[in-house]
Design a protein around this ligand. Structure first.
Ligand SMILES: Cc1ncc(COP(=O)(O)O)c(C=O)c1O
Length: 478
């Protein structure tokens, strides 16, 4: 019988393969680096969309070993060239962003060092970076130093954290749920409805507020509805505005809504997941007035700061409300806890162990500076204007002047207009040079444009116009 030491040594032969030596590390990185470079260099010449087949691609058995070169070839064929290419400037559908290079470098460093960014005791440096980013965001939105925040995986989880805090501040539980009211735009992102279910508020009253012609919530209607609900003996407790709706890019009248919420002692939440960072643009600052009065805000760096997917942020003024659900301790954590510690990300989120997301934002901000991000946002606003002007000249009807960089259009064809525009979008998807998505505005089927990817340039919009022109001619000729 082998000694225990011999058995361990035996296993080491295999387990040590998990630590490649310097030569192997260099080789792996070189291969990935080459792949990444040609991926980026080919972006301008590859389609943005290729309709996914309904059956799943065969990736081979999970336990079949292959080398990295083979794997990259499978990745290219079966992953990176299927569906929407989210890294492409031609992604003008849903909410794009693109994924800036230095974020990937930040992720690489975060993964290699594997910093434990949930708790200050474990990695004071990583927590310091995340808290500095939160402080920076607080200063952008006029939030006080006492506010707290979290770098979550995206806007949905960030909204979930904010709504949980609102629930806990107003003690919405038990019988109170069915008497309580939340005021929403019919254009609110569906992650809000999901979050309400997740946090046990499925049975709450939801009051949808009328919209004006620009798809912004009408504060007069909000005021009337709150008053009415109070006279009915209901318990209004939360108002949710959007700083950039997903469908139409509208910024709700934040200042008026904040004042109404304050007057009635309601929690005021602003979902700025898509549009929040446009506050950095001089041309848009005024429309964000009032956001500083919110109780909580969500903003997504993986949208309007162009990061790769995986970073949404939440800011909340009421620390105790956030701590109510998220601040827990346990015996096995006793060494990690100290009254003197700064805010631990793990106390502001359901997550304990998490990816050190801060680095993917901190690194590019430190290296590029903030100015190119702001220029990129201003550029997107102008590209939106340009796109709309040209579409108008091609005979398209346009949605109202957008507040930000999402808008919509449709072709006023004779006969069944919705069917015509559906066919047009289908042709656009088959073409694939540039990707656009659609939505319904009332009963009208419209084509959406969301100009937010950092790689979207003047040439991209010219290409989109050329593609739309070709598709329109083909549909008309049918
Ligand atoms: C306004 C708004 N809120 C929330 C979300 C959800 O964010 P995520 O997809 O990062 O979870 C989105 C996504 O597009 C959005 O546009």
């Amino acid at each position: 019988m082998n000694s225990l030491r011999d058995q361990i040594r035996d296993l080491e032969k295999s387990s040590s393969r998990l630590e490649p030596n310097t030569d192997k590390r260099d080789k792996y990185l070189q291969q990935v680096h080459q792949y990444a470079n040609s991926f980026i260099e080919e972006l301008d010449h590859t389609p943005t969309f290729s309709a996914a087949a309904s059956e799943m691609e065969d990736l081979g058995p999970i336990d079949q070993q292959i080398n990295l070169q083979q794997l990259l070839s499978i990745y290219k064929k079966k992953v990176a060239t299927k569906g929407i290419n989210p890294a492409s400037g031609g992604h003008l559908g849903y909410i794009p962003g693109g994924g800036i290079y230095l974020s990937a470098v930040g992720d690489y460093l975060a993964d290699i060092t594997n910093e434990y960014s949930g708790i200050h005791y474990a990695s004071p440096g990583a927590v310091n970076i995340e808290n500095q980013l939160i402080d920076w965001m607080k200063s952008i939105f006029g939030f006080p130093e006492s506010a707290i925040g979290n770098l979550a995986s995206g806007g949905s989880i960030a909204n979930l954290i904010a709504l949980t805090a609102a629930r806990d501040r107003h003690k919405i539980k038990g019988e109170k749920i069915e008497r309580s009211v939340i005021y929403l735009s019919p254009q609110v992102h569906h992650c809000i409805n999901k979050a309400l279910r997740i946090i046990g508020l499925e049975d709450i009253h939801i009051s949808y507020i009328d919209l004006d012609d620009n798809h912004r919530m009408d504060p007069n209607d909000l005021s009337e509805k709150i008053e009415e609900d109070k006279t009915k003996g209901l318990n209004p407790f939360l108002v949710i505005a959007s700083a950039g709706t997903t469908d139409t890019g509208a910024i709700d009248p934040l200042d008026n809504m904040a004042d109404l919420a304050k007057k009635h002692k309601l929690w005021f939440h602003v979902d700025g997941a898509y549009g929040g960072f446009f506050i950095l643009c001089d041309s848009k600052k005024e429309q964000f007035q009032g956001i500083e009065k919110a109780d909580s805000i969500v903003i997504d760096p993986h949208k309007s700061l162009f990061l790769p997917y995986g970073l949404g942020a939440v800011l909340v003024k009421d620390k105790e409300a956030v701590y109510h659900s998220n601040h827990y301790t346990a015996n096995y954590m006793q060494d990690a806890r100290s009254a003197a510690s700064p805010v631990n990300p793990a106390d502001v989120s359901p997550e304990l162990t998490k990816h050190f997301r801060g680095l993917r934002l901190w690194l590019p901000l430190k290296i590029h500076g903030i100015e190119p991000f702001v220029a990129c946002l201003e550029e997107k606003l102008l590209l939106t204007q340009y796109f709309r002007e040209k579409l108008g000249q091609m005979g398209f009807q346009l949605g109202p002047e957008p507040d930000l960089s999402v808008s919509y259009f449709w072709y006023p064809a004779k006969g069944d207009q919705n069917q015509f525009n559906r066919d047009l979008l289908k042709a656009i998807h088959q073409d694939g040079r540039v990707f656009l998505s659609s939505t319904m505005i009332g009963d009208r089927f419209v084509i959406r444009m969301a100009i937010l990817a950092f790689r979207t340039k003047l040439e991209t919009i010219d290409l989109a116009l050329e593609m739309i022109h070709d598709c329109l001619s083909a549909i008309k000729a049918k």
